[in-house]
Design a protein around this ligand. Sequence first.
Ligand code: MN
Length: 348
Amino acid sequence: MTHQDATPQDAAPHATPNNFLGLTDAHGAFERARVVVLPLPFEATVSYGAGTANGPAAIISASQQVELYDREFDAEPVAAYGIHTLPAPDLDSDPARAVEQIAAAVADIARKGKFVVALGGEHTVSVGVVRGLLDAIEGPLTVVQIDAHSDLRQEYEGTPWSHACMARRLLDDTRVAQVLQFGVRSVSTEEVEFARANRNRVRVWYVNEVHESPAWKRELCDDLRGSNVYVTIDVDGLDPALVPATGTPEPDGLSWREVLDILHTVTQCAEIVGIDCVELAPHAGQHAADYTTAKLLYKAITYAMVHNRQAEGAGYLTATPTSPYGGLANQPELWSSNKPAGASPATA
Ligand SMILES: [Mn+2]
């Protein structure tokens, strides 16, 4: 399956453009695109399985197999907002320096009015992305973290820049109001104690709390209302049956629908201003993991765009009553809550 309807003269017939979703310039040119994908193949502090430096390329490659049409919206959502994929920047192998470089790159993109979607790489990259966003847009920012781990250690294996310290480094920045975590099921005593001592800035919904009751939805919305939100998706937050190709897999993860429900709930109560997806470590023969990650990202981007005030004028998307996701089908009016009178749904 390919998406393009025209190929450059020098390309092989039917070659898919090598960008996120395999878009032609009609939906992928920088000037046209509301969304910019930034690959960050950074890997310096991995503690268990390696290979996350190959994550961005695997996500981009797999994304070219994702259908642009989304039944939930009865449209090709990307046609309403456009996605441009940048080349990966050269990053220093020193994590502190790499975080600075990432922050500068992200701030530059955000200042051009683009919505940044970063692809890791190890989770440390999120520290740079958030810092760059906060340098470009007005704070404060709330971070919603989907992850098997809390990443709240002060340091790990001798470095404060470990992927296991990501959320703690975010909280070093006072412009980060809160870190709200979902899917956590592997934490240290230090992290539990830190979270308990900092309840005003850290909230953890352990995975069983998501599995067992919808109470988290109201609690999340109470915490979020009015916030600008950055979403960081560590693919190990999902169940390893869905994404086994990650450095530190943990059993009993979030289901596909639970993750979508979390993302959708965020868009009901707040505005998403940036997204990353990290820690995919592609394995030969496990391409379902790459594909699942790519498809999740397309969904996450679309959900963010549907309720993004800055995207006004780019076209509106509406969910259909046939949505396979119960939470959406039951509340279709929520999907048009910021739609001005007379606006028509996006068409493909
Ligand atoms: Mn993790």
